[in-house]
Design a protein around this ligand. Sequence first.
Ligand SMILES: [Zn+2]
Length: 288
Amino acid sequence: MSEFERISEHIYVMHAEQEADRPLLAAVVGRSRTLLIDGGNSSAHAQTFRDYLEREGVRRPDMMVLTHHHWDHSFGLAEWSLPAIAQRQTAEILRGYAGLDWNEAALDGLIAEGKMSERTRSDMHVEYKGDLTKIRVEEPNIVFERFIDVDLGGLTCEIRYVGGDHASDSCVVFVKEEGTLFLGDALSPSVYGGPMAYTTGKFLALLDTIFAYGANVLVESHGRPVTREEFYHDVRRYEQLARQVLRHGRDRSAIERDLRVDLGLNAEAELPQDLQEAIEYFMNGLEK
Ligand SMILES: [Zn+2]
């Protein structure tokens, strides 16, 4: 079931969904313009959000920004067919995807090249009901390199290229007057072209960038919006982990031992499941 929420006076969202791995979509509504953040993974996904915005009487979207090129964020753009802002790499990759004849063979090729995965295939099959020929990809037409600001009328969206492990083209969107920061998937590990991985350098640099915004609300595309306090509480554990990986390298038992101390756990305690997975991702990152 799709779930919608007006998370602040000017921001409407359609929450992320487990099925087919649909990410959160957002509409930021200023006095004179409405900006969409991400297009959705299909026409159906885009339509569901558009119907909600119409029911709410929200000003029609004027433009869109893509947080990165991944299909679940970008393939819905064709349905909206709006002026779309994207980082240069995002635009280049989507231009390539727009020129493909979409079917199983095309997807086989992308998986072989490490640009998509078997997980992508199963999610696409759910979203497109087994028929990949229904996929339509449109390329963005407003391209920036490092940052671009969008004035929506009394509301400014600062779009900034941040990169990171998940996708080399990741961007964040800061709705300045509301103090809301959209992170896309930037803080997630890499998902294509090998086992999921984090690298300490990219992860810690990204955290510094994010913390510097001092945002009140932070929104990750596959999670729920959280307050600054909730975000810092959660992410601080990952920061401690990354620092232990820097210190101990491949010595996993030393990492686990010192992380328990950092977290105030006793020496025999089991580490939380998410951190155990994250250790695995950091170890994979060391192989790189
Ligand atoms: Zn992604």
